[in-house]
Design a protein around this ligand. Structure first.
Ligand code: ASP
Ligand code: MG
Length: 462
């Protein structure tokens, strides 16, 4: 079970988490708990490290350290009932915060912040939280110890900020954590790990889902549960369509198609170990544990639902590249994509019609200017005549494995949009047939999403 930052937002919530896990344990389950930092703490650590290196002001560090101490002491007092346990945990917190303060002051004097020190500093969010959760378990009569990712056996590459687990991780975690399963709930820091030399690394922002999936795979868990503040993976963004429903069952492939489109519930990287070991992942709401949530599984038996979800991606921009000279000229696409890659542009969507007279691309909105500049420079005197950017667009994606080999889905999608008078600017469907994506004007995106959500009956609870 992994609990996200909002789930462990303060001591009262941590207490709720401990009681929740205890209940499942008493029903006969063996549980390992992976935790995030208290919500907002990772951001605050990163910001203060940056400030320290830029301003060199130790007074800023002192102030931050005082606040952080207060916040975690308060959490410990709220989450733990027994005075002796509170004392043990707050002593532990004080020790760790002292190390953190030294590191931040060092950064003030050095005036530089390396990738390695960023990982070291940002690891403290989880390292301060895990002992509070273990203390909370202890105070309700459960055996529990806390571990950093490295102590639990997660060994990674040296890619600070985005480290990958090495294969030996799986044996190490099994060796260290499995023997504790029966009588105890081990609490492991999400997000952080260590390299072969024992130096702290991190698995990338939001990395505690990844930790949960690594640990689950290592101990061959029956299920990996990701506790969040949503009722599951939703049919669409409830802020756009209030009738959005949690999806009861979805396949790994579908879940990944969704996360690409900013649903932000699961990162593909985070579920990769679960996929490789075929372990189902369940997304549940910490604040509504009675709601079943979403179960993410390997293969889903052919379901009646052709479309599972409709998602929208904003802050993107379209570039249309055209010129009669492009027709039949080999290597234009290669040059476009290489140029964009060299300019560090992330491409979201691609389409070229068979006339070959134009290529349309959707890129991250913040990359638009550098993308246009790079293509103009590359094709200064050549075959591309026009490069037209359009900032005012959104991409909508209709996702569902049931679309594969089902005729008429595209017809329904575009028919419904036509009836609602939504103009489609660009279309793309990969041959995996799990996802139909199209670009519409930003103003039209809300209507497009609502119309399609309704068209495919996603507004009805399953
Ligand atoms: N605390 C880390 C972050 O905010 C990891 C996580 O929350 O999953 O990125
Ligand atoms: Mg977080």
């Amino acid at each position: 079970m992994k609990f996200g930052g909002t789930s462990v937002g303060d001591g009262i919530r941590i207490k709720h988490v401990a009681e929740l896990a205890k209940k499942y344990k008493e029903q006969g389950n063996e549980i390992v708990l992976v935790t995030s930092a208290l919500s907002g703490v990772t951001d605050a650590l990163l910001k203060n490290a940056m400030d320290a290196s830029e301003t060199g002001k130790t007074s800023g560090v002192k102030e931050f350290i005082a606040d952080l101490t207060k916040q975690h002491h308060k959490a410990a007092h709220e989450a733990i009932n027994t005075p002796s346990l509170i004392e043990k945990v707050t002593n532990n917190i004080d020790q760790r915060i002292e190390e953190l303060e030294k590191a931040l002051i060092g950064i003030c004097y050095l005036g530089e912040l390396t990738a390695r020190s960023i990982d070291y500093i940002s690891s403290y969010g989880e390292r301060l939280t895990a002992p509070i959760i273990s203390g909370s378990f202890n105070s309700i009569g459960l055996d529990s110890c806390s571990f950093t990712g490295g102590e639990a056996g997660i060994v990674t590459t040296d890619e600070y900020g985005n480290a990958k687990p090495l294969e030996e991780t799986y044996d190490l975690v099994k060796e260290r954590i499995e023997p504790l399963l029966k009588d105890s709930i081990s609490v492991i820091c999400g997000f952080i790990a260590q390299n072969k030399a024992g130096i702290i690394t991190t698995l990338g922002r939001g990395g505690s889902d990844f930790t949960a999936s690594i640990v689950g795979a290592a101990i061959k868990a029956d299920e990996i549960w990701l506790w969040k503040e949503v009722d599951g993976i939703m049919t669409t963004d409830p802020n756009i369509v209030p009738e959005a429903q949690p999806i009861p069952v979805i396949s790994y492939i579908e879940a990944m198609e969704l996360s690409y489109f900013g649903a932000k519930v699961l990162h593909p990287r985070a579920i990769e170990p679960a996929i490789r070991h075929g372990i189902p992942v369940r997304v549940k709401n910490t604040f509504h544990p009675e709601v079943p949530g979403t179960l993410v599984v390997k293969d889903q038996k052919q379901s009646k639902d052709i479309v599972k979800a409709v998602t929208v991606i904003k802050k993107v921009a379209l570039i249309n590249i055209s010129g009669a000279g492009m027709v039949g000229t080999i290597g234009v696409a290669a040059r476009v994509f290489t140029t964009l890659a060299n300019a560090g542009v992330n491409i979201v969507m691609i389409s070229q019609g068979s006339s070959e007279a134009n290529i349309s691309l959707v890129v991250d909105g913040s990359h638009l200017d550098s993308a246009v500049k790079a293509i103009k420079a590359e094709f200064k005197n050549g075959i591309i005549k026009e490069i037209t950017p359009d900032r005012n667009i959104s991409v909508v994606a209709v996702v569902g494995a049931g679309m594969a080999n089902t005729p008429g889905v595209a017809g329904r999608v575009f028919g419904a949009l036509g009836k609602a008078r939504v103009n489609v600017i660009m279309i793309s469907q990969g041959s995996s047939q799990h996802n139909i994506s199209f670009a519409v004007s930003e103003e039209g995106s809300k209507r497009a999403v609502s119309v399609l959500h309704k068209e495919f009956g996603l507004d009805k609870a399953k």
